[in-house]
Design a protein around this ligand. Structure first.
Ligand code: UT7
Length: 333
């Protein structure tokens, strides 16, 4: 069976840079608090009625296709990870497909929030290894800024953390045994679903959408930050250690760790527990905030374009988020 390699990557973020100071106009917060607790300094936000998630995904995909020297018509399928779709249904994959002009190929939507890219990578890897598809486009794209709770004080809880953006990867088979995706480990624990979620609107309630839902803000994300933090710093290192063990590798073999970008403090704690030094880790949450399914492919593309990641390097990926869902991956680049 062939292994799966990353053929090319791309990313795109909206032009508008939003500094922490601007958020203090909406909520009772401060640049000092946001930096100290999360490490975030700026994030990118779309203009209202401006770019949509699939627009961001399209730009990221175009850059990846450019790097690959490949037309969109060469793609065999699309995997689109998002928690912020443009419509309740259908998912974003078909809108991206339409914009790429590649009618007919399958478009799968993945709803695993911050772990969406890793869940998507696992699916892509399976399809490629079994020969079902040869050119898989895997995208993570999010527009959070339009669904933040600006009109309530409690909105600051998640409002200061999230940003908009998209990252894309084109994956395909390689006959080179020494390279490619070595493994992907996925996990979930639904006991904690309510600790980070949007309670409404959905088919649990009848009627599914009422004025009360809106008045109570049930269409906004809610997070028990401390609990999420506590689980993230425990489960991410565990997930990565387990995969390293399987591959008979250790933390010192890692050339680059790209973790989900939710909070710099979380990623520092993960690196500390694994005994990694600064040179082994890449973070960009300072500039983009948390772009959920898009964090890993955005960071990955920055590393590729700046030659921070080179052929032969051992790349480790790890993510944790709502569900809870989490996972890790190892790639010989
Ligand atoms: O991507 C999915 C996964 N998500 C995450 O991984 C996020 C995980 N959680 C976190 O990153 C952190 O828990 C936060 C950054 C969300 C919060 O940091 P924290 O150190 O856990 O703060 P806290 O929630 O315990 O709040 C500390 C204080 C509280 O005030 P009191 O009770 O000490 O007076 C909060 O009310 O900070 C207050 N606070 C804020 N103050 C200014 C909470 N949010 C804010 C805010 N600005 N935005």
């Amino acid at each position: 069976m062939p292994r799966t390699e990353f053929i090319a990557t791309g990313h795109h973020v909206p032009e508008r840079v939003v500094a922490n100071e601007e958020l203090a106009e909406y909520w009772d917060t401060s640049d000092a608090w946001i930096r100290a607790r999360s490490g975030i300094e700026t994030r990118r936000w779309v203009e209202p009625r401006g770019e949509t998630g699939s627009d961001l995904a399209l730009e990221a995909t175009r850059k990846a296709l450019d790097s690959a020297g490949m037309p969109a018509s060469a793609l065999d399928c699309i995997i689109y990870a998002t928690l912020s779709p443009e419509h309740y249904f259908p998912g974003g994959g078909v809108f991206l497909q339409r914009k790429l002009g590649v009618q007919g190929i399958p478009a799968l939507d993945v709803r695993n929030q911050c772990s969406g890219f890793l869940y998507g990578l696992s699916i892509a890897d399976g399809w490629i290894r079994t020969g079902q598809y040869r050119r898989v486009l895997l995208v993570g794209a999010e527009v959070h800024s339009l669904a933040l709770e600006y009109d309530r004080p409690e909105g600051r809880n998640v409002g200061v953390l999230f940003g908009d953006g998209a990252g894309a990867a084109i994956l395909g088979p390689t006959e080179d045994d020494s390279r490619g995706v070595l493994g992907v480990n996925l996990f979930a624990d639904g006991r904690f679903a309510e600790l980070l979620w949007v309670e409404g609107v959905g088919m649990r309630d009848s009627p599914w959408l009422t004025r009360t839902h809106l008045n109570e803000g049930k269409h906004y994300p809610r997070m028990a930050g401390r609990e999420v933090f506590r689980h993230a710093v425990k489960l991410m290192p565990e997930a990565l250690r387990a995969l390293l063990d399987t591959e008979r590798l250790g933390p010192s073999d890692i050339d680059l760790l790209v973790a989900h970008q939710a909070n710099l403090r979380i990623n520092e704690a993960v690196a500390r527990q694994l005994g990694l030094d600064e040179g082994q880790v890449y973070n960009n949450v300072q500039r983009y905030g948390n772009t959920t399914a898009a964090t890993i492919p955005i960071a990955l593309d920055e590393c590729v374009r700046s030659a921070r990641l080179r052929r032969g390097d051992l790349l480790a990926l790890v993510a944790f988020g709502s569900g809870f869902t989490w996972g890790s991956a190892l790639v010989r680049w």
